[in-house]
Design a protein around this ligand. Structure first.
Ligand SMILES: [Zn+2]
Length: 486
């Protein structure tokens, strides 16, 4: 049995053509061993149809470009060239003839130039859909895997490469980043109204930071060259640190859906402005304020302090409780403490914890300190885990006193006290895609660009339409006239 698939053109300016065979599928009669089209046959069929359609569309379009748009006379043919257009269904070679500019232009004293209409019209040589797919899957998977996945299901073959996927992320990440910076410049400003309210759209924001292994491999030097090619301002300052510090935050909206933001600390001109832009974009009104929950202060501490929309930062109750739990657990392993004494020490640690819960962190800290002092009389105590854990607990509470609040009161008012219920932003951003265990190494720029794309994808704010808008904006910014103006 043979299945012959034919394509026929009709309508428009084409006078109906004869059918072209696009695929022939052969199967042994009466066998269900190889049921249906194979992946390879499907890919070949799509590639064939795409090539036919693109060629026909561009040929039809070219016909209308052959006359001068001022005087209507036919333009002289200069030479035949072709360009390669990359689509989701494969690379297509299309003829792109060069024409001589009309003689009516020469009369105005301009030199005779040649024009290449198709080159100008499809100057990106890649369809937004393909760019979108490459970027979206590279936001979920390592570059190599994302490229292999697309090559396996689509007739892309040599149409995309590992390198082009990475460059795509760099270019789109940079465009997304520029969009955020433009929003910061033109966006709303917080009002210092007397009647400030707690935000009704954003229930809770948690911010955290993480370190990624730094890369200075040939690959990263390649990335630096790519950035230079893209005329990125980041290409100029490439002195290398040993780690990449990435900050990630997560807002829980009123309808319980999460919204994320992330950036590489070093590459952001103003971290507070970045946080405010994120909050505005999440729906916080200029007269509303949001409480930020975080672990021990990191790079983002200053961001929250400088933010206009953040009411302040409070220490995550989950992290506090974990510290107390660690101290309590180590009582059991301490040989310096008699079994009958254990309960008393444990109770004392519990008391200190409930003091923090009630917003009395100073009293909690002094209680831990005196417990420590009492235990110091025991022989061997200072070598025990309990000794270290109590010390760490004491300094943790002392150092974070400014961000400890009355958790009990917040809890009873129904206000958030911990971000642990939801998966942390850093986990979503970093562990799942840039994880240390995957032995991945990053440059500041690479991590920052990927973070912008990943955030857009996870927030469901990344689409072919959005990408088309971004491309248009960055093309306008990089146009010769825009560059002259700058
Ligand atoms: Zn003319």
């Amino acid at each position: 049995m043979r299945l012959i698939i034919e394509a026929r053109l009709e309508g428009g300016e084409t006078s109906g053509t004869e059918a072209t065979t696009v695929a022939v599928v052969e199967r042994k009669d009466r066998s269900v061993a190889d049921l249906g089209l194979t992946l390879a046959e499907g890919r070949a069929l799509l590639a064939e149809v795409q090539s036919l359609l693109v060629s026909e569309q561009t040929a039809g379009w070219m016909e209308r470009q052959l006359a001068c748009d001022r005087c209507g006379s036919m333009l002289a043919h200069k030479d035949a060239r072709s360009i390669v257009v990359r689509t989701v269904f494969g690379k297509v070679d299309v003829p792109s003839p060069r024409l001589w500019a009309c003689s009516c232009a020469a009369k105005q004293g301009q030199p005779r130039r040649s024009v290449s209409p198709l080159c100008k019209a499809v100057h990106r040589r890649v369809t937004p859909e393909l760019e979108y797919l490459q970027a979206k899957w590279a936001a979920h998977l390592p570059y190599r895997q994302a490229t292999e996945l697309l090559r396996e299901v689509l007739p892309l073959d040599k149409g995309i490469s590992f390198g082009s996927t990475r460059r795509r992320i760099l270019a789109i990440g940079r465009a997304l980043d520029a969009q955020i910076e433009r929003d910061i410049a033109s966006g709303p400003k917080a009002v210092s109204a007397e009647q400030l309210r707690e935000s009704t759209t954003v229930g809770c924001v948690s911010v955290d930071s993480a370190w990624l292994s730094f890369s200075s491999s040939p690959k990263s030097r390649k990335a630096a060259r790519d950035l230079a090619e893209l005329k990125s301002p980041w290409a100029q300052n490439l002195p290398r640190d040993r780690h990449v510090s990435i900050v990630a935050g997560r807002a829980t909206l009123a309808d319980r859906t999460p919204r994320l933001f992330a950036y590489v600390h070093k590459l952001v001109p103003s971290a507070p402005a970045r946080l405010d832009q994120f909050l505005f974009a999440s729906g916080v009104a200029p007269d509303e304020r949001v409480t930020v929950i975080s672990d021990d202060a990191g790079e983002f501490g200053k961001a929250v302090d400088g933010s206009q929309l953040a009411r302040g930062r409070i220490l995550d109750w989950f992290h506090i409780a974990m510290k107390f739990k660690a101290a309590k657990n180590s009582v059991l392993g301490s040989r310096a403490i008699e079994p009958e004494e254990r309960i008393a020490v444990e109770t004392e640690i519990d008391h200190a914890k409930w003091l923090v819960w009630h917003g009395k962190s100073r009293r909690s800290a002094s209680r831990i300190k005196s417990l420590d002092a009492t235990l110091l009389e025991k022989e061997g105590y200072e070598h025990s885990t309990l000794y270290w854990n109590l010390g760490r607990l004491y300094f943790y509470i002392e150092n974070n006193a400014g961000t400890l609040v009355n958790y009990r009161m917040r809890y009873h008012k129904g206000l958030p006290i911990s971000s642990s219920i939801a998966e942390s932003a850093v986990n979503l951003m970093v562990s799942h895609r840039m994880a240390k265990k995957q032995q991945m190494r990053w440059t500041d720029e690479g991590a920052h660009c990927l973070a912008q794309v990943r955030v857009a994808v996870l927030n469901e704010e990344f689409s072919v339409e959005k990408l088309a808008v971004l491309n248009k904006t960055s093309a306008a910014e990089n146009s010769p006239s825009a560059r002259r103006a700058a």
